[in-house]
Design a protein around this ligand. Structure first.
Ligand SMILES: Cc1cc2nc3c(=O)[nH]c(=O)nc-3n(C[C@H](O)[C@H](O)[C@H](O)COP(=O)(O)OP(=O)(O)OC[C@H]3O[C@@H](n4cnc5c(N)ncnc54)[C@H](O)[C@@H]3O)c2cc1C
Length: 477
């Protein structure tokens, strides 16, 4: 698909626009919100701060996935927003059908057990992003890149009374005011704001390796709160993957190949040589747990069998069929390999880990995995755990990363942003990673929840903007 010719960096010599709906952020959720608002008949302005649209969605592996049903959502994410979880799984198949109707490439068959429990289809997410922008423009809307929303207009100085538009700063210079019937915040989370990460998550969170588009620095949360939004679940939890430590460089091209998706099949210890989590819960949970361990780093210990199977497997289409251990070693990650586990433990101890502690941990894990006792030194060892047994044995130093935050703005399942009393802030909507609590420690996916919450917000925003009251207010503004 080709970019519509009408998409421009910014309208020349124009500092004032009227719109029915302004959507802030052009990732998967903003694109879905803009598309669905435009289909409802709204005049949409989609505003993106970067020169290139698409956010993290444009960097992603394109797996459009979530929980297979509400029970699975509640089991995996017991601390999540269960009303959002139910609505999300209800809308999932319909959304996959919509992508197909748009001509977006979607795999025929679903992949099961994504992140240990999900269902998903491999999609051409770039194709969707391009389609959405083209359709917004075809419906008479605009897509403005290099344009960063810095303020929400409010009915009154008292937050919570309602939002009537935005002020944006243009990279070409100057400010742009857009008066609108509704505003959808789809800015992708607050992972790019180290101060907010420290505040909400605690020590080490500001040291997480950044595995995200650069524009998601918490504008949705900050501006939404200033306009009267309340607080959400999940503020201290996030999505990311374990990466080798150190890494020589970490550009967007390295985001996928450096991720150690197979860590659930290893023994993971901290720098005291102790386990702290049931590894079989999966890499995206271990990534969060390791953040709060001493120095936010640890060591994966595994055998030749895991290296040749899980570390070389394509966990789902789009991730690439590569040797992830070998890639980590070439990236600069500290590592050792040895013929026996005893020798490996000797080598790893040289990284400053107490040898006796480390050996006791590995030994107790092997015993628990073999006798099925269920725990070692008080930490769960799943019945699915397998003791390392095939030489050579490997160790890789790892560190956590952050792709997006799970906390954000509280919303209804119509996408309305809610205040501390659960009342909608009139005119303000949110989508994607700006919606708080859909994932909370447990992860329900990024692209499909982004698309679906974008659809909720876009439709609701267009319906509100279409009400005669808001049209009148806009024309008087
Ligand atoms: C390497 C990688 C692989 C991934 N693979 C998958 C996968 O296979 N499946 C999956 O489900 N998820 C995946 N994800 C996660 C997924 O990409 C995100 O969950 C999803 O893109 C979030 O959607 P969003 O619309 O909320 O934010 P984004 O897609 O990140 O878009 C947010 C946009 O808002 C813009 N913005 C921010 N502030 C402003 C402002 N003030 N004014 C204007 N614009 C602003 C940003 O510049 C950005 O373009 C992956 C992510 C990465 C990085």
């Amino acid at each position: 698909m080709t970019e519509p010719a009408t998409t421009s960096a910014a309208p020349a010599a124009q500092d004032h626009l009227n719109a029915d709906v302004v959507v802030v952020g052009s990732g998967v959720s903003g694109s879905a919100a803009a598309l669905h608002a435009a289909r409802e008949g709204a005049r949409v302005v989609l505003v993106e701060k970067s020169a290139d649209p698409g956010g993290s969605a444009a960097l992603s592996a394109g797996m459009f996935w979530t929980a297979p049903n509400a029970e699975a959502y509640n089991r995996r994410i017991p601390l999540g927003q269960s009303d959002h979880g139910s609505a999300l799984v209800d809308d999932y198949e319909d959304s996959v059908g919509e992508l197909r109707e748009m001509g977006v490439r979607v795999s025929q068959e679903p992949t099961w057990d994504i992140m240990t429990f999900g269902i998903g289809y491999s999609t051409d997410i770039q194709g969707f992003l391009e389609h959405a922008r083209a359709e917004v423009v075809a419906h008479g809307g605009e897509v403005l890149t290099g344009t960063s929303v810095i303020e929400l207009h409010q009915y009154s100085a008292v937050p919570g009374q309602g939002v009537t538009g935005v002020t944006a700063s243009r990279s070409s210079g100057g400010l742009l005011d857009i008066v609108a019937g509704a505003v959808v915040m789809a800015t992708g989370g607050f992972q790019g704001d180290p101060e907010a990460l420290s505040r909400y998550m605690g020590p080490n969170a500001d040291r997480l390796l950044f595995r995200s588009n650069p524009g998601s620095v918490g504008d949705g949360l900050r501006l939404g709160r200033a306009a009267g939004a309340g607080s959400s679940k999940g503020m201290s939890t996030f999505y990311g993957h374990l990466l080798p430590r150190p890494v020589d460089q970490f550009t967007t091209e390295e985001f996928l190949p450096y991720s150690q998706y197979y860590s659930g099949h290893t023994v993971l210890v901290n720098m005291h040589g102790e386990r702290f989590a049931d590894e079989t819960l999966g890499d995206e949970l271990l990534n969060q747990d390791l953040t709060f361990q001493p120095g936010a780093r640890g060591v994966l210990i595994f055998d030749d069998h895991v290296h040749r199977t899980e570390a070389m497997r394509e966990s789902f289409p789009g991730l690439g069929l590569i040797d992830r251990f070998d890639t980590a070693v070439r990236a600069g990650g500290k590592h050792h390999s040895a013929a026996t586990l005893e020798e490996l433990v000797d080598q790893v101890a040289a990284w400053g880990i107490d040898r006796a502690n480390l050996w006791a941990t590995v030994d107790a894990y092997i015993t628990a995995a073999e006798d099925g006792s269920g725990s070692a030194h008080g930490i769960a060892v799943s019945s699915a755990a397998r003791a390392p047994q095939t030489s050579p044995f490997h160790a890789l130093m790892v560190q956590p990363s952050i792709t997006f935050t799970f906390g954000g703005l509280p919303t209804s399942t119509c996408g309305e942003v809610l205040d501390y009393d659960g009342r909608p802030v009139p005119g303000l909507f949110a989508a994607g990673a700006d919606v708080g609590g859909v994932s909370n420690y447990g992860y329900a996916g990024g692209l499909a929840p982004g698309y679906i919450t974008g659809r909720w917000a876009g439709r609701s925003a267009a319906q509100l903007a279409a009400s005669s009251q808001t049209r009148e207010q806009r024309s008087n503004a």
